[in-house]
Design a protein around this ligand. Sequence first.
Ligand SMILES: [Cu+2]
Length: 161
Amino acid sequence: MEQRFKPRKHHIQKRTLLPTMLAAAWIASASGCGDDTPAAATTPALNGCNDSDFIDRTGSSGNRTVGFGGSNGSGAFTYSPKCLRVAVGQTVEFAGDFSAHPLAPGAGPMATDAGTAGNPIPRQDNNSRSSIMVTFPAAGDYPYYCVSHYLGGMVGVVRVR
Ligand SMILES: [Cu+2]
């Protein structure tokens, strides 16, 4: 019985217990244990677009062209503007080489959030078209990505309000 309270054993217990306690505390803070309310009022970034990133082109003279692959001021592997805001009923042009940069609706094969249901952006691959026009009939966040280069960040969002 007396051996259970040896100082040496007590020392070992402290060493093994501390990392366990730290891990438990981290998990509790990360999961927001026992709190059912949403984490914050901000919308999580979709395809890298935060609320403050959207470029407003809802005006009647707004440039609603999304260029890619060097078209319309974009980089070789980016969309421009990447985060575009338009109004309900407006039409967005996607301009670039779809055979080099196949377009697909959604937030990428590895994403869990596909955005708002009913994404009107059509899949465009294996064709030589250089421009498509897409009308957005309903409010929402409509993500899209380049099938070939989404891993490098070739993704974007059309926000319709
Ligand atoms: Cu691409």
